[in-house]
Design a protein around this ligand. Structure first.
Ligand code: NCD
Ligand code: ZN
Ligand code: ZN
Length: 344
């Protein structure tokens, strides 16, 4: 039995670091294991302009623990008023690596997102020309659409039409949760990638709702039926280059999660790699973990893989059930089974 696993240092292609005290509390958790991360721009107010992204990057760098080698890769939050010139300049300077599309109202802090997709057409056309990827939260917001169908309907009604109208646009389907998304992604060319979270490889909707409601498993897009989880497992562990890790680690305080209308998001940064090693081993694919976590993402984003490596040992990891922050405790995602791999 393999006792030690060494891989190129992984990257996280979808991460929420928040700001202020929460940023300082959660950043060390990601910086301990990951080389780089695509930083989500859904702050309050959102990170819309290049100047705001530069200032946010500076706050992240200032919050990094001494000696840490973590590089934040910044994104811009697409609004109906986004200026294509500003986006292009922020990309050309090397600051911005993607633009994030939130359908207005789809998820946490998405009120400034896009409702009328015609209004962002000039920005999308410009992005296609300069090769800047669009990261997409893929759920429709129509209240008449069942929440478990919102991803599949988004692919048909929004994503595919946008891609047809903007040839050459590079798109990342973020945090996919359905067999429909896996099948769609597989049928596209190399200008389409898809991130998969750690928690969607582990939980289905029963984990949230059966035998009592478990708010710490509630995230968006919400976990679906078991058949969808199995499709995601096959996609993540199957070695196809279009699928890569984006943890969507999304910290909320327990007070925010545990209320009558609780926040969406799972905080997985502290134990993501331990969980992934176990998931890949269960599926007989330990040799493919490096592709998923460390190679496929950089290849899509046109960056070299990290030179540094990370080693895991077969040993129970040691992480707290919740971390303390000045804003209150934040519960770490519980995979529901004992973990066997520890990051050295
Ligand atoms: N995934 C979530 O459930 N929440 C994210 C937003 C997002 O990624 O949609 C957050 O910012 O809390
Ligand atoms: Zn999202
Ligand atoms: Zn997210």
């Amino acid at each position: 039995m393999t006792q030690t696993l060494t891989l190129r240092r992984p990257d996280d292609w979808h991460l929420h670091l928040r700001d202020g005290a929460m940023l300082r509390a959660v950043l060390p958790q990601s910086a301990a294991h990951f080389g780089r991360a695509i930083i989500m721009p859904n702050l309050v107010p959102p990170v819309v302009t290049g100047a705001q992204a530069a200032a946010y990057r500076d706050r992240i760098l200032a919050a990094l623990p001494e000696g840490s080698e973590f590089t934040p890769l910044m994104t811009l939050y697409l609004t109906e008023d986004t200026d294509a010139e500003d986006v292009a300049a922020a990309h050309a300077s090397g600051l911005v690596h993607a633009v994030k599309l939130y359908p207005a109202g789809a998820t946490t802090n998405s009120a400034s997102g896009v409702a009328d997709f015609d209004r962002v057409r000039p920005v999308l056309d410009r992005m296609a020309r300069i090769g800047l990827p669009l990261c997409v939260h893929g759920e429709v917001t129509d209240p008449d659409i069942d929440i478990f169908d919102r991803e599949a309907v988004f692919i048909d009604r929004v994503l595919d039409p946008i891609r047809r109208a903007t040839p050459g646009l590079r798109v990342v389907m973020e945090h996919i949760t359905t067999r429909d998304a896996v099948d769609y992604a597989r049928a596209q060319g190399p200008d389409l990638g898809a991130t998969i979270t750690t928690h969607h490889l582990v939980i289905n909707r029963n984990h949230i709702l059966a035998g009592g409601i478990r708010p710490h498993y509630y995230c968006l897009p919400v976990a679906k039926r078991e058949e969808h989880r199995l499709a995601l497992r096959a996609a993540a562990t199957g070695g196809e280059p279009r699928f890569f890790l984006g943890t969507d680690s999304a910290p909320h305080t327990d007070a925010g999660k545990l209320q009558a209308c609780g926040c969406a998001g799972c905080f997985t940064a502290p134990n993501t790699l331990s969980i992934l090693a176990q998931v890949f081993e269960q599926d007989g694919a330990l040799d493919r973990l490096e592709g998923f976590a460390s190679l496929n993402g950089p290849a899509f984003y046109g960056l070299p893989p990290n030179d540094a490596t990370i080693t895991l040992h077969r040993e129970a990891p040691d992480y707290p059930a919740r971390i303390t922050t000045p804003d209150g405790p934040v519960t770490v995602f519980d995979p529901g089974f004992d973990l066997e791999w520890r990051v050295a």
